[in-house]
Design a protein around this ligand. Structure first.
Ligand SMILES: Nc1ncnc2c1ncn2[C@@H]1O[C@H](COP(=O)(O)OP(=O)(O)OP(=O)(O)O)[C@@H](O)[C@H]1O
Ligand SMILES: [Mg+2]
Length: 350
């Protein structure tokens, strides 16, 4: 059976609430797709629609080339790790991992080997005889992942699998997940998170969700360098979003003419210019913006400067300055035309 996931116009409603609105999205075989978005944007709902725990009001879900919309969950060949990992507290680790295999009616003789294999992959072989309460949060999470992998799924659904872990464990588990994916190159992974670092690190592509809708989808680099919407620009990485007016050549911001990459926008139209703070330099240069420092944050390797230009605060992340500049200092910022992205106003609507 081929893997890969396809949402074809999937809509999910609860009463009169549309919580997933006509989702079209394809996860290629072997691809890691992150679903990134704020709380309540419909991420878990999308996952549940793939797993079969929620029935779409309209649209279809495919796994490989099979329409699974009407199939019960256990017939879909899916491994899933839910938002709050739910191990059975009264079962030892090995029995927890065996659970899905029994449900799938895997022959009894095969089960111990499959359990051992899954525990080996997640580095938990030595803990097979423990109860969940005798494990740390990170270890419990590994067992939950082992349980999902034991059924040798074509599709792995992970719903904020690291959210219960502290920052250090999280970054260790991120590396583990990346390794697991290298070991299982054919498994398609749909990975829900509201943490952009997780999405940027792990995903081949990111689907950005907001208000029940898919806002944007692309590689992490694409979304970061060429966001299409203000929402993506501000949700994936940090952004200066400057209100500008399109001119015959370039744009004007606070009466200053700026050179930006050519766009199709008509002169006179309002638009938003996105410039990443780390691409804004201090001192004279192309596209100079004069203003006054209103806030300074020292961040170790960088200084974050907030500079008031006209009525707007422009953020600049510059390499650590020898001396922290005083508030009120007049400075010039600049950025290269190619580093700016012009976002048409209103792309978020409709
Ligand atoms: N069983 C349900 N009945 C009614 N409304 C629901 C149900 N499950 C989810 N919702 C609503 O659907 C919307 C989307 O929920 P969902 O769980 O998909 O969000 P999410 O993006 O996963 O958020 P979070 O990041 O907080 O987990 C929310 O407004 C939520 O209140
Ligand atoms: Mg959720």
């Amino acid at each position: 059976m081929t893997s890969g996931i396809r949402f074809d116009g999937v809509t999910v409603t609860y009463g009169s609430n549309t919580v997933l609105d006509n989702l079209d999205l394809t996860v290629e075989p072997g691809e890691v797709m992150a679903l990134l978005g704020p709380s309540g944007s419909g991420k878990t709902t999308a996952l549940r629609a793939v797993a079969g725990f929620v029935r779409p009001a309209s649209g279809r879900v495919f796994i490989g080339d099979r329409d699974v919309t009407a199939l019960p969950p256990y017939k879909r060949g899916i491994g899933m790790v839910v938002q709050q990992y739910a191990l059975f507290p009264h079962l030892r680790v090995d029995a927890n991992v065996a659970f899905g295999l029994k449900a799938q009616k895997v022959p009894k003789g095969e089960i111990p080997g499959r359990v051992a294999e899954a525990l080996e992959m997640t580095g938990m072989a030595a803990y097979a005889q423990r109860y969940p309460r005798e494990l740390s949060g990170g270890q419990q999470q590994r067992v939950a992942i082992a349980r999902a992998l034991a059924i040798r799924p074509n599709v792995l659904l992970l719903d904020e699998p690291l959210s219960a872990l502290d920052a250090q464990l999280r970054s260790g588990m991120l590396a583990e997940l990346a390794r697991l994916h290298r070991e299982l190159p054919d498994v398609s992974i749909l990975y829900v998170t509201h943490d952009q670092v997780e999405a940027l690190t792990l995903a081949d592509r990111i689907a950005v969700m907001d208000k029940a809708r898919l806002q944007d989808c692309g590689t992490p680099q694409d979304l970061y360098r060429r966001p299409r919407t203000e929402f993506t620009a501000s949700f994936v990485g940090n952004a200066n979003l400057l209100p500008v007016t399109v001119a015959a050549k370039g744009v004007t911001f606070e009466g200053v003419e700026l050179e930006v990459p050519a766009s199709e926008a008509a002169p006179g139209a309002t638009a938003t210019l996105c410039v990443r703070p780390h691409l804004v330099g201090l001192g004279p240069g192309p596209n100079p913006l004069r203003g006054r420092i209103v806030e300074v944050q020292w961040r170790g390797s960088t200084h974050r400067l907030y500079v008031e230009v006209g009525g707007h605060r422009v953020k600049a992340d510059v390499r650590e300055l020898k001396e922290t500049p005083a508030l009120g200092t007049e400075v010039t910022l600049h950025f290269a035309p190619d580093d700016a992205v012009l976002l048409a106003a209103g792309v978020n609507d409709g």
